[in-house]
Design a binder for this molecule. Structure first.
Ligand SMILES: [Zn+2]
Length: 182
């Protein structure tokens, strides 16, 4: 009798255990109740939320390139799955997804004053469509000053629009153009 292989050392997926705390749950390799552990983790997060979040934000700021690379790699790796999930979501909850889409559009409308020239705005979208067709390169209508910028927010008006390639648009992010930067 070696005496070292108790039931706790033979944790197997699917096995259930009655823990001393009274919970019945999945048998874990370290013998800790998963339900209590989850409660503990949640409570820890709740008390240290600000610290945890600000630390994560700081890490992201300090490691912008690394973060971008990690995101990119994870997206490429899971691209098929991500796209499939998005499609399933649209099919399962079309109303919810439509509402999200409308919310984005509404925030655009909120940035659209009454004096905006709708016809002139439409012309930019038409131009983007034409350029895309002519060149084969996707063109977007871009807000020179972003609608939700960090320091200032632009309007959805003709004087704040321009047509650029989607590549230019993506590399711009939500930054202000050089001429506008303080
Ligand atoms: Zn427990």
């Amino acid at each position: 009798m070696h005496g070292i292989s108790g039931p706790n050392n033979q944790a197997k997926a699917g096995k259930v255990k009655a823990y001393r705390c009274g919970h019945v749950g999945r048998l874990t390799s370290n013998g800790a109740c998963p339900e209590c552990r989850a409660k503990y983790d949640a409570a820890y997060y709740e008390t240290n939320k600000t610290k945890i979040t600000s630390r994560a934000i700081q890490w992201n700021l300090d490691n912008k390139d690394k973060r971008k690379e990690i995101c990119q790699r994870s997206y490429e790796k899971n691209k098929a799955k991500i796209l499939q999930k998005a499609k399933e979501k649209r099919q399962a909850e079309p109303a919810k997804e439509l509402a999200k889409c409308r919310a984005r559009q509404t925030s655009q409308i909120q940035r659209m004053p009454k004096w905006a020239d709708k016809k002139a705005i439409e012309a930019f979208y038409e131009l983007a469509r034409q350029k895309t067709k002519e060149t084969g390169i996707p063109h977007h209508v871009d807000h020179v000053i972003p609608l939700r910028g960090k320091s200032v927010s632009g309007f959805h008006v003709e004087s704040n629009l321009r047509v650029i390639t989607s590549a230019e648009n993506l590399s711009k992010g939500a930054k202000l153009p050089d001429t506008m930067a303080p």
